[in-house]
Write a protein that binds this ligand. Structure first.
Ligand SMILES: C[S@@+](CC[C@H](N)C(=O)[O-])C[C@H]1O[C@@H](n2cnc3c(N)ncnc32)[C@H](O)[C@@H]1O
Length: 287
């Protein structure tokens, strides 16, 4: 009982003081993930492809495209492979993720190493399309969508794919349990849950509140399975799916066994360990 009180008091205090996983922590995590992010793309890139459509755009002009939080540039690369009259600005704050874009020599591409919000606030440019893959959870959507509006031309569109509530089922509880048992090891909690929309309905609601109309929107879910619980944890760490969680504890390596034991108990299904990625994707147009 006393332990529970101390745990929640400590957690509450850190949340109030905003002593939580922050932008710098996420950047560091993505710097580490950059070498293995390809694993995510190999499994999930086929869904990102669904938003890379130019169907709703004018064909008779040079398109100005912003690949926001571009990471290793999956979206930019796919567009450049098409024969399109365009100019792409790809922006991300992880230098190591951006390194994977460096050797791409194409004069239609400009790579910017910068915090996303600062970029949107300061740019004088206007764009016809913003592509935004798998990054929404790292931003305050209210602030972000206002800025998207600012930098889009009239009738401009946003193509987005994002995790939604219900993704990585049980993982949050597993981390909470391990944090509780090892509360003296907890340096910073994480509050990413609040940044995820409630499926396609929630995503549409968020966009319409900021003056966008829905062109198309869908829900999706993928189950990834593993023979061993260690592999599941490795997947979370290597793909960035649980980016930030390593910074919760003083020494993540000391905590790993506890996490694996919990995964073993909770995510076992018919001889395998599985994890779900729930997401929504769509195209929204500025009214
Ligand atoms: C899951 S990756 C997505 C990369 C890419 N859009 C894709 O579809 O593969 C999320 C990216 O968001 C970037 N990111 C997170 N917060 C950011 C911020 N405040 N400013 C710029 N980039 C940010 C990370 O560095 C990381 O590269």
């Amino acid at each position: 009982m006393l332990k529970k009180m101390m745990f929640y008091t400590r957690l509450g205090y850190k949340l109030i003081k905003k002593d939580v996983i922050n932008k710098d922590d996420y950047r560091e995590e993505y710097n580490k993930v950059s070498e293995t992010y390809i694993n995510w793309l190999n499994e999930m890139g086929r869904f990102t492809d669904k938003i890379i459509s130019l169907e709703h755009m004018p064909k008779d002009k040079k398109l100005k495209i912003l690949d926001f939080a571009c990471g290793t540039g999956y979206i930019s690369k796919s567009i450049l492979e098409k024969d399109i009259n365009c100019e792409i600005t790809a922006i991300d704050y992880s230098d190591k993720m951006l390194e994977k874009l460096k050797n791409l020599e194409d004069n239609r591409l400009r790579v910017v190493h910068c915090d996303g919000i600062e970029f949107l606030k300061n740019t004088k440019e206007k764009y016809d399309i913003i592509y935004f893959g798998w990054g929404l959870s790292y931003f305050n959507h209210r602030k972000l969508f206002r800025l998207f509006k600012k930098v889009l031309n009239d009738g401009g569109i946003v193509g987005i794919i994002t995790n939604v509530q219900g993704t990585l089922s049980d993982i949050e509880d597993i981390f909470m349990k391990v944090m509780y048992r090892n509360y003296e090891e907890v340096v910073k909690p994480m509050d990413i849950r609040f940044n995820l929309p409630n499926g396609k309905k929630g995503l549409t609601k968020w966009f319409t509140q900021y003056g966008f109309e829905k062109i198309e929107v869908e829900d999706g879910e993928v189950l990834v399975t593993f023979q061993e619980p260690e592999q599941l944890l490795k997947w979370l760490n290597e793909t960035g799916a649980a980016a930030g969680t390593a910074c919760i504890f003083k020494d993540y390596d000391l905590i790993k066994d506890n996490l694996i034991q919990e995964i073993e108990k909770v995510r076992y299904n018919k001889g395998r360990y599985e994890i779900n990625h729930r997401f929504a994707y769509g195209i929204f147009k500025l009214r």
